[in-house]
Design a protein around this ligand. Structure first.
Ligand SMILES: [Zn+2]
Length: 419
């Protein structure tokens, strides 16, 4: 059962009435129309909206929930980077990272997420702390949330710190991770960026890693690394999966330049995930001045060019984004408003379901079909408009045919970590 488009007008919903037959925790059959008359026990879902489990492809579990102890001093990107760097150096022991990651995943699970990718700061001593903790958590959560991790480091460090890069490659290899980096930290792209990308892509090809970059998260006209990544992927004939997160400055290019870059992304197979809540929080923030732009990538244009476009949580209660709870419904609701997913014929619901699943090589996720585990979320809503108007705290998450009892954990459980 593929979902219709995200238009919030009832006539645009393209929602259908289906009956699901669930046997031994799996969807045995999906029938269009009311449930057929048979002897099976039945649950009347009352025309509630049923969705597959969500896929949250760009998060930062290692940074999550440090807001109370390390707030962003001024709400800017640079304020965030400073605050996270200080907190990481002082506080990110294995116990601290494990407790915050687990808290975040309990919320994601209760909200109905079934797969999630996290970036992990892979800098100095942190690499050897966060990756093994991630591996333990991935095993603990295997039956509830499928987890992937990406290394996150400044891209030039692959050239400047080759031994450290080797250690990072070892962690990525050991934990089935992806290779990633931040490609823009305020400077214009140059030959060194190209050389660093060449090195990363060579390694990815040899090791069979997929790629996931943080790209041009800025309104600066110097933030032009996206095109260089596409060029590098084309130059190396990279055939793995590649994803670019943020791509904010692409929205501010002139039309001709943007069209050229988007055409290259399509040629390179470089897909884009937008992080609308984080972008709205950080971009165009100056004290005493009202923001003038929304900070998001031109997702409609990217989608029209045939790229797989997605939206995701990004940061959760940390200096890069002070809010959030790894709730894909919130992400989609905010994306609808910030990115104008409504009044659009494009199937935007795929941006939190099938598309991120495909990018994560979880091709059997993000939709409901006979033969799948009976994993779904039932909402107190009959239309997409009803779904998007309320935060849906009373949703029912069904896993293997049974409603889960778990709720998002109490904030007070974090108190010992925040002292
Ligand atoms: Zn991010």
């Amino acid at each position: 059962m593929r979902l219709g488009n995200a238009g919030t007008l009832p006539e645009d919903d393209r929602l259908g009435l289906f009956a699901l037959r669930i046997e031994a925790g799996r969807i045995a059959q999906i029938v269009q129309g009311p449930a057929p008359r048979d002897d099976l026990p039945r649950v009347d879902a009352g025309r509630r909206l049923a969705m597959p489990l969500f896929v949250d492809i760009h998060t930062h579990l290692d940074k999550g929930h440090i807001h109370a102890r390390s707030p962003n001093p001024d709400g800017t990107f640079f304020g965030a980077r400073e605050a996270v760097g200080r907190d990481r150096e002082a506080r990110w022991s294995a116990e601290d990272v494990r407790a915050r990651m687990t808290f975040a995943l309990r919320a994601a699970y209760a909200h109905g997420t079934g797969a999630l990718r996290t970036h992990l700061d892979s800098i100095g001593k942190q690499t050897g702390i966060s990756w093994p903790v991630f591996d333990e958590i991935r095993a603990e959560w295997r039956d509830r949330i499928s987890l992937q991790a990406v290394c996150l480091m400044p891209v030039v460090s692959v050239l400047d710190a080759p031994e450290e890069f080797e250690r990072i490659i070892g962690q990525v290899r050991r934990h089935d991770g992806l290779l990633g980096a931040v490609t823009f930290l305020g400077e214009k792209p140059d030959a060194k960026l190209d050389a660093a990308l060449d090195r990363m892509i060579e390694v990815a090809k040899i090791e069979g890693f997929d790629l996931d970059f943080h790209v041009d998260e800025s309104d600066s006209p110097d933030a032009r690394s996206l095109e260089r990544i596409a060029d590098a992927l084309i130059r190396h004939r990279f055939t793995g999966k590649a994803l670019a997160g943020h791509c904010c400055s692409l929205a501010l290019m002139d039309d001709e330049d943007r069209a050229r870059v988007i055409a290259k992304l399509a040629q390179a197979g470089l897909n884009v995930v937008s992080l609308p809540m984080c972008n709205l929080y950080l971009q165009d923030r100056r004290s005493g001045r009202t923001p003038r732009w929304r900070g998001v990538a031109p997702l409609h244009e990217l989608d029209a060019a045939g790229l797989s476009t997605m939206v995701s949580s990004d940061n959760t209660r940390d200096p890069f984004y002070a809010y959030g709870d790894l709730d894909a419904v919130e992400v989609f609701r905010e994306a609808t408003r910030i990115l104008h997913f409504d009044h659009s014929a494009r199937p935007w619901l795929e941006s939190v379901t099938t598309r991120p699943a495909g990018q994560m090589r979880l091709d059997d996720r993000g939709f409901l079909a006979a033969g799948q585990p009976a994993d779904l979320v039932l909402f107190e809503a009959r239309t997409l408009n009803e779904w998007l108007c309320r935060p849906q705290p009373d949703r029912r998450v069904i896993r293997k045919g049974r409603q889960i009892a778990e709720r998002p954990p109490a904030y007070s459980e974090l108190d010992p970590l925040l002292a």
